[in-house]
Design a protein around this ligand. Structure first.
Ligand code: PTT
Ligand code: SF4
Length: 607
């Protein structure tokens, strides 16, 4: 095989057995890598009903045939498992030297099962692999952990680690690398903690096999040069994702006070222009020439790397309108290993419950000190954090009193930072995302607003969501490539089949990529249905109740809210276009058409 190493590293943490496993070219071609590999492995190997925090869950770190070469934005890594936050499929995507190092060590993925008896880390140094007890690292934050491991093994290694939140099983604990890269929103850090696995250290020095080295080198150089020539390149380098704050405020989609409003009176204090004046340096993922992590100093004079989602969920969404304070909360999340989006949503939910006197607490919107305290408590799963560290869905079920109406999640995963009171297309995107309410698969909001169709629930919305899910959720997540060159700078998708051809020798058309995306989507959907059994129903694809029931009360869109009947019709349209039945389950014909005959037989047993 070329491009793919054709090998997984399997680690059974209970028995401490580590071995290499070859996989077939047929498997590689059918599932490509990253998310494609992850769902196929989970479907085949994870027993239905497995407790996500039990040793039986699988935890996977996956690359693609594109990863690690000197081609644009190839320094990413997918982490996947059954999610303890949602009970369904979970994954995340982070940039880290761990990805390229893993490929250069000769593996395309690491697959963990079991639980080791004492806190440990896995060391991979090319062919050498070792599980090392590390009691001294347990309890340390992610920055301290990575620093100690880099001091020991050298700066060139890749480190993935969890903080106290992963150790204490906060349901939205994430995995951190390089002090500003985070991945695995649906609690992948908690799965790692449940296995007593504090960190993974990877060093690799072999070039993965290539079909056409010369072509790849030429294409790589051309790709980087092409990115640099794009009109928006300079502005992107200055503001990265932070330009979205201003854009969302203008469009009344900036989550404010737990998504009750779409505009924030202090938006200018936390936007990209304010950040630009404070930026002291930039950081990013390996192999990237459009790095986008802007670092500012927080209220304590410490470095904090900002991104749109982090700033909004820990800023306007909780009523904090000071960028340095936001940066402090963001740094706490990175150090403790808390996902900023879910943490910000849980804070906003807790503040609203407190202000409405549904819980006995003195938290209020804008309470910076209270937010810091609750973040620490969530990471320890103590005090109020024991409740809110479960995520807003579980917390609202415990609190009751109508709080589920403003628990902002889909399938248990907290919404990322787009208010959808008047965005039916983006709501459908949140509703049908394969991991819960995350924007990564179908960020259609920009198209929806610029096309002037915000009041429209017509079929074009379903078409657009599917188109984006194929590109972003299918191609980019399986190729394990950063999507920003495409979505932000217009770097054409046509580049990618060329890169795959040069690395693997296999000719894929873009249409092949969309079919791959559909295959992955249908199998992920089948996985959810298998896990939820009789409890599965189409209302699981609805966005949060608040957007239907409570109109906006401020700004140009005052009085606007989503329409449930129209949304439901749009959902039916989406199912039909996907070849799923009225409950959102892939039909036999669809599964067969996508090459999922065997998988259908198993799904059919529970239908
Ligand atoms: C991603 C989610 C996002 S999406 C952000 S900011 W964004 C938050 N970042 C967090 C963080 O930081 N620290 C923290 N403790 N928690 C965080 N949670 C949130 O996680 C990220 C970039 C960004 S910045 C985005 S959109 C793009 N995401 C990509 C993706 O998903 N797939 C892909 N093929 N390419 C992507 N490129 C961009 O990468 P999750 P990163 Mg992230 C500090 O992990 O679980 O997928 O959730 O990876 O290396 O930090 O780069 O405005
Ligand atoms: Fe990483 Fe940003 Fe570069 Fe994407 S654009 S690879 S997120 S630094």
């Amino acid at each position: 095989m070329k491009g793919w190493n054709g090998r997984f590293l399997r680690v059974n943490l209970t028995t401490k057995k580590i071995f290499q496993q070859n996989y077939s070219e047929e498997f590689a071609k059918k599932w490509l890598g990253g998310r494609g590999f992850a769902i196929k492995l989970l479907w085949d190997e994870l027993a239905s009903g497995t407790d996500p925090l039990s040793p039986d869950n699988m935890l996977m770190f996956l690359t693609g045939p594109y990863s690690g070469y000197a081609i644009p934005n190839s320094g990413k890594l997918v982490v996947a498992a059954k999610s303890p936050l949602t009970g369904g499929y979970g994954d995340g995507n982070l940039g880290s030297a761990a990805g390229p190092n893993l490929r250069k060590a000769g593996y395309d993925a690491i697959i963990f099962t079991g639980k080791i008896d004492k806190p440990s880390y896995l060391l991979i140094d090319n062919e050498t692999t070792e599980l090392i007890y590390a009691k001294e690292l347990w309890g340390l934050n992610c920055y301290e952990t990575e620093k100690i491991l880099k001091n020991k093994y050298g700066a060139a290694i890749g480190v993935l680690s969890i903080g106290p939140s992963g150790e204490n099983l906060t349901r939205f604990a994430t995995i951190i690398s390089q002090e500003g890269r985070a991945g695995g929103r649906p609690g992948m850090g908690a799965v790692m903690g449940s296995k007593n696995l504090k960190a993974i250290v990877i060093h690799g020095s072999k070039e993965p096999p290539v079909a056409d080295k010369e072509a790849l080198s030429k294409l790589g150089k051309e790709g980087y040069a092409s990115i640099q020539k794009r009109d928006n390149y300079g502005f992107w380098k200055r503001q990265g994702t932070m330009a979205t704050v201003e854009w969302c405020q203008t469009a009344s989609t900036l989550p404010t006070h737990n998504f009750s409003e779409g505009i924030f009176e202090c938006s200018k204090e936390i936007d990209g222009n304010t950040m630009e004046k404070q930026t002291i340096k930039q950081r990013g993922c390996p192999n990237c020439n459009m790095i986008c992590g802007n670092v500012i100093l927080d209220t304590n004079g410490e470095e904090s790397e900002l991104d749109y989602e982090n700033v909004v969920m820990l800023g306007s969404n909780i009523g904090v309108g000071d960028l340095k304070q936001v940066a402090t909360l963001n740094r706490i999340c990175d150090m403790l290993g808390l996902d900023t989006i879910s943490a910000g949503s849980s804070l906003g939910f807790a503040m609203e419950c407190s202000e409405k006197k549904l819980i006995n607490s003195d938290l209020t919107f804008g309470d910076f000190d209270g937010a810091q305290r609750l973040l620490h408590e969530m990471a320890q799963m103590k005090g109020e954090g024991a409740l809110f560290g479960l995520g807003v869905k579980a917390a609202s079920e415990k609190i009751g009193k109508g709080s589920s109406d403003f628990a902002m999640h889909v399938k248990g995963l907290e919404c990322s930072a787009y208010d959808c009171h008047l965005c039916p297309g983006m709501s459908l995107s949140f509703g049908t995302s394969p991991i819960g309410a995350h924007h990564k698969d179908a960020w259609v909001i920009s198209w929806e607003i610029s096309s002037g169709t915000r009041e429209d629930y017509g079929p074009s919305k379903a078409d657009k969501v599917i188109e984006f899910q194929r590109i972003r959720g299918g191609m980019y997540e399986s190729l394990v490539a950063c999507r920003f060159p495409w979505i932000e700078l217009g770097f054409e998708n046509e580049w990618f089949p060329k890169y795959i051809k040069a690395t693997t020798g296999v000719d894929y058309s873009l249409n092949d990529m969309w079919v791959l995306g559909d295959r992955i989507y249908s199998l992920i959907r089948a996985f959810w249905v298998r896990e939820y059994g009789g409890k599965w129903n189409r209302s699981m694809d609805y966005p949060p109740t608040r957007w239907f029931k409570e109109p906006l009360t401020k700004g140009p869109l005052t009085g606007k809210h989503l329409d449930l009947n129209k949304y439901d019709n749009l959902l039916t349209e989406y199912y039909t276009k996907r070849g799923w039945n009225n409950k959102g389950v892939p039909t036999k014909e669809t599964m067969i058409k996508l090459g999922l005959e065997k998988e259908y037989l198993e799904l059919n047993k529970i239908l």
